[in-house]
Design a protein around this ligand. Structure first.
Ligand SMILES: CC(=O)NCC[C@H](N)C(=O)O
Length: 134
């Protein structure tokens, strides 16, 4: 069994701060753990308004606190996000995420992230990203 603490992980290389200033993510479970998915606790900073398109991954995002919205670009639909909302990008959906307040999210990725991924120019994560050194 593997046991980790968020407070401890936040003080390690598991915490990634996005260079675009929109979010930070502490990656509690990664590819090397061989579970077939990765699990992250992500903070989306207040006022963030940014594009993502996970062409290489499926992602589920559960809101634990804060408020915002997600817009799917294919149809222009906007979905409110509040505590208890989960959005599931089952179609590799191109989307925009907006945080009206700071939001705390639990995120699951399949395939799992290696550790150091940040968004490329298309809003995706590359499949050959560097792994973290614990
Ligand atoms: C909700 C979302 O996709 N935020 C970007 C960060 C991502 N959750 C991650 O942990 O890499």
């Amino acid at each position: 069994m593997i046991v980790r603490q968020l407070s401890k992980a936040k003080q390690s290389s598991r915490r990634i701060v996005s260079p675009d200033g929109n979010w930070e993510s502490t990656r509690l479970l990664l590819k090397d753990d061989q579970m077939g998915f990765s699990f992250h606790i992500t903070t989306i900073y207040k006022g963030a308004d940014f594009h993502m398109h996970y062409q290489n991954h499926l992602e589920s995002v559960y809101c634990m606190s804060g408020r915002g919205e997600v817009e799917t670009l294919a149809d222009g639909k906007k979905y409110p996000i509040e505590p208890g909302t989960i959005y599931i990008l089952d179609q590799h959906d191109e989307h925009i995420l907006r945080a009206f307040e700071e939001m705390s999210m639990a995120c699951v990725f399949n395939p799992p992230l290696s550790g150091k991924e940040v968004h490329n120019s298309e809003g995706a994560y590359d499949l050959d990203a560097e792994k973290i050194e614990d």
